[in-house]
Design a protein around this ligand. Structure first.
Ligand SMILES: *[C@@H]1O[C@H](CO)[C@@H](O)[C@H](O)[C@H]1NC(C)=O
Length: 181
């Protein structure tokens, strides 16, 4: 009789423990950030029929070169899944670059990547930081986002996939690592 009672109460104890642990695990899991890795390509063209970036101000006015200190440019660059322009268009990179290094070799960037296709359609990432474009790899910060990327924090590595300096046309690879909820 007393053995039965003991085993019954210990069953209840383990059931209670299991439910509590599941609840805690579930709640805790809800607070854990998700990690997302994304590789996208930005096509930045200051010349050509498909011009997507223009200088708007600088030391010699709107016609200043983006390679000179102080020049400000507005960009609305196509963003694709792969390195070539005929790969899937997944969004736009819209914002501002300002050449912010006295020797002209670095741009300060503030732009949004606005996704228009695929899993992240309707969401955006806010990118901010320097682009010392003579370096092979440049790290930048992801400061916020919208939609899928609310409360995002992250970083990215930028590399130049293609560069035509004479015509100021480039394809930039962005490899971003994100933590979001
Ligand atoms: C992206 O960057 C991460 C490090 O942050 C690296 O491990 C990974 O190999 C990179 N992926 C590509 C496709 O470059």
């Amino acid at each position: 009789m007393s053995t039965n009672f003991l085993s019954l109460s210990s069953n209840f104890f383990f059931l209670f423990l299991t439910v509590t642990l599941l609840y805690v695990a579930y709640t805790f899991n809800g607070l854990q950030p998700k990690k997302t890795n994304l590789v996208i390509y930005v096509h930045d063209s200051f010349t050509g029929e498909d011009t997507s970036a223009i200088t708007v101000a600088g030391k010699s006015g709107p016609s200043s070169s983006i390679l000179h200190f102080g020049t400000l440019a507005a960009v609305d660059d196509p963003v694709t899944e792969g390195p070539t322009i005929d790969s899937k268009l997944i969004g736009r990179a819209q914002g501002v670059y300002i050449n912010s290094q006295l020797d002209g070799k670095s741009l300060y960037m503030v732009f949004s990547v606005i996704f228009t296709y695929g899993e992240f359609k309707g969401s955006s990432l806010e990118i901010q930081g320097p682009d010392i474009f003579i370096m092979k790899e440049r790290e930048f910060g992801i400061v916020s986002g919208t939609g899928h990327f609310r409360f995002v924090k992250g970083y990215g590595i930028m590399t130049t996939e293609f560069m035509d300096v004479a015509n100021l046309r480039a394809v930039i690879k962005l490899n971003v690592t994100l933590k979001h909820y």
